[in-house]
Ligand binder design. Structure first.
Ligand SMILES: Cc1cc2nc3c(=O)[nH]c(=O)nc-3n(C[C@H](O)[C@H](O)[C@H](O)COP(=O)(O)OP(=O)(O)OC[C@H]3O[C@@H](n4cnc5c(N)ncnc54)[C@H](O)[C@@H]3O)c2cc1C
Ligand code: SF4
Length: 631
């Protein structure tokens, strides 16, 4: 039997035998999640292909049906694995870093150099949401034959961007406005980043990167000298009340001389590391936008392959930054979405409701009518740009990609900068480790910080640094558009000043009593949809009986603090209907706060926007969350 046949047979066995499928599951549990609950290294295809071995003992799973109330999971020692570089997050940044590291090691004949990548999604790409129009500069450098006809493994799912349109929308009309130079997509490609990530993962596995999907890194580990020692994954099989269940499995530790955090926008471990090492000491706070997206299959008669449309204005109010997009790609597919700056002041505003309104605008509706929505997703993105880049290296590791904040806001592009930062960190890490083979002291990637400053990432982010913060001016949207026009066509970033952001996104939220209430129209079920229908299109699943991964210390205290001031802002900012205030006469304020964590699509908005900062997004059990398609 070939390796592939062996793997497939094992996979089928694992799926047939799996007993952990709970009755809430709306879809078959991910193959890798099944495998994870068994002795995974037996079945991993990468491990076979790359001839690697996962050196864990076979006792990872411990059944504790008889455990008494005094049992403390922390008393069980975690198994650990020592690798050269551990990467947290299998998006474009993490995978590019992994590929570059193995390229360098393999070129030097150092095939034993171990690069391990942990991904919380059940399969690579499952948690990725993006536009996406990709600028292929970094990709070309990393994998020069990525799209060569002669390459049997080339990435085929690309649509060259052929036409850019920029529109200003009023409630009824769409007015053409000039496409700023940075929005010109000539030479770029429309892709599904979720598909691209899967492909990139295969390229990484081919050259020996050890990829473990379904592993959520939940804790940063430190050496005695304070440097980062690696990460640990969370315990599985803990009940909602915190007690170990029959399926209990202790988390694992991954130790490395270098740990690269590639968690994407607002990473949960990154948040801890930034605080621990005070990485924001010389930068401004990060600011964010929430992107909400759908993928549609539209009437072929309306399809214009390669068309890239961006819009400003309607439906967003003038005190709210953001804009819409529509990309025509593949065969009759359309990616449509809206980004809403999370510094919006009005707590009555619901980004989800705004997106549903946007689709009803004649310019968008015309394309969607007669089509079918096949996918939905939501994810935050960084908007702080140059001013908000923290220190990216820390003792024992570095931040790469969106978790560091390299997205170019006016371009709405971060894939190429994420990939490039991963490659730069990889080069710095390989050189540092190669030069310190016989030295056990902690590694600091000074080189990475230097290379970032010399790179195109720095140049392009510096050039556009004043555009986003220019929207904080007494003229709001109009002032921002005028100033951005001057920057794009005249100043080109060469002015001596740098405009500051006005503060944090959560701090920008006004009291409900100070703002106009917004009523959203009922969805028509054809173009606009209710939130639960949309969530059902994400394939999201979380086992219900586990500690709530959206950590609010005291739900009643939270409600008593937030409800009187913001009247349920959490319910409106969450694009997955996770938070609710339910009428309850037994409560002094007349409502009870409720968290439906099973619906969470891991967008991180709550952690960013909740006004009093008392919701912390943590990783649920590995392999859970959305299972996005084509996002
Ligand atoms: C709505 C929207 C539209 C966009 N449009 C474009 C566009 O058109 N063009 C463009 O170039 N860019 C676009 N971007 C930006 C682009 O998607 C990002 O810049 C890019 O995805 C960043 O790559 P990354 O690897 O840093 O992070 P991500 O792509 O977010 O990947 C991070 C990965 O890490 C995993 N992870 C996170 N935490 C953990 C953990 N603790 N343990 C294990 N795994 C973890 C996640 O599940 C995820 O798979 C858009 C972004 C959004 C949200
Ligand atoms: S609970 Fe938070 S992270 Fe989850 S979908 Fe809602 S806002 Fe996003």
């Amino acid at each position: 039997m070939s390796t592939k046949q062996l793997y497939n047979a094992a996979l089928r066995r694992a799926i047939v035998q799996d007993v952990r499928v709970t009755k809430q599951l709306p879809r078959p549990i991910s193959a890798f999640t099944c495998l994870r609950n068994r002795s995974i290294h037996t079945y991993r295809p990468a491990a076979f292909r790359a001839g690697q071995r996962r050196p864990f003992t076979a006792s990872a799973r411990r059944r504790l049906a008889t455990a008494d109330d005094t049992f403390n999971p922390a008393d069980i020692e975690r198994e650990s694995d020592q690798v050269d570089v551990c990467i947290v997050g299998g998006g474009p940044a993490g995978l590019s870093a992994a590929i570059r590291l193995k390229q360098l090691a393999n070129e030097a004949g150092n095939e034993d150099f171990r690069v391990l990548l942990l991904e919380k999604a059940g399969e690579l790409g499952d948690h990725i949401v993006s536009g996406n129009v990709i600028e292929p500069s970094a990709l070309r450098e990393l994998l020069p034959d990525w799209n060569d006809e002669s390459n049997p493994n080339r990435f085929e799912h690309i649509t060259p961007a052929t036409k850019d349109k920029m529109r200003f929308l009023t409630s009824k009309y769409s007015l053409p406005i000039p496409t700023p130079p940075q929005m010109n997509n000539h030479g770029n490609y429309i892709i599904s980043l979720n598909q691209f990530t899967k492909w990139l993962g295969e390229r990484a596995e081919e050259i020996g990167v050890e990829i473990y999907p379904g592993f959520a890194a939940s804790e940063v580990l430190y050496n005695a000298d304070g440097s980062v020692k690696g990460v640990a994954t969370n315990d599985l099989g803990i009940s909602r009340s915190g007690k170990p269940k029959d399926s209990f499995e202790r988390g694992m530790e991954f130790h490395a001389r270098v740990t690269l955090l590639a968690e994407g926008c607002h990473g949960s471990l990154t948040k801890q590391v930034i605080k621990k090492f005070d990485l924001r000491r010389d930068s401004q706070p990060q600011t964010y936008g929430l992107g909400i997206k759908e993928v549609w299959e539209i009437d072929p008669a309306k399809f214009q392959k390669g068309l890239v449309v961006h819009s400003m204005g309607y439906p967003l109010p003038t005190d709210t930054y953001g804009g819409g997009w529509m990309y025509h790609f593949g065969d009759n597919m359309v990616s449509i979405g809206l980004v809403v700056g999370l510094d919006y002041p009005n707590p009555w505003l619901a980004p989800y409701g705004e997106f549903q309104k946007m689709k009803q605008h004649p310019m968008y509706k015309e394309y969607l009518e007669g089509g079918k929505c096949i996918s939905y997703g939501a994810r935050t993105l960084n908007e702080g740009g140059f001013q908000s880049i923290p220190k990216c290296a820390f003792p024992g590791g570095a931040l790469i990609g969106d978790t560091a904040g390299f997205l170019n806001v006016p371009k709405i592009k971060g894939t190429h900068t994420a990939m490039r930062s991963g490659m730069l960190a990889a080069e710095a890490a390989y050189t540092a480790l190669d030069g310190a083979k016989d030295d056990d002291s902690s590694v600091f990637l000074y080189d990475y910080e230097d290379k970032l400053r010399e790179s195109s990432i720095w140049t392009e982010l510096k050039e556009v640094r004043n555009m986003r913060p220019s929207f904080h001016n007494p003229l709001g949207l109009w002032g921002g558009i005028m100033y951005s026009g001057l920057e794009a066509y005249v100043f080109k970033g060469k002015v001596p000043w740098t405009i500051k952001h006005s503060g944090t996104d959560h701090g920008a939220t006004k009291l409900a009593s100070e703002c106009k209430k917004i009523e959203y129209p009922k969805p028509d079920g054809k173009i606009s949809f209710d939130i639960l229908t949309s969530v059902s299109r994400t394939g999201t699943n979380h086992e219900e009986d586990q500690p709530c991964h959206l950590v609010v210390e005291d739900w009643d205290k939270h409600a008593a603090m937030e409800w009187p001031k913001y009247k349920g802002v959490e319910n409106r900012f969450c694009p997955a209907g996770v938070y609710e205030y339910v009428e309850d006469e037994t409560k002094d304020i007349g409502v009870r706060f409720q968290i439906n964590s099973q619906n969470c699509v891991h967008c991180k908005t709550c952690d960013i926007k909740v006004p009093d900062q008392d919701i912390t997004w943590t990783t649920p059990q590995g392999g859970e969350g959305p299972k996005y398609v084509m996002t």
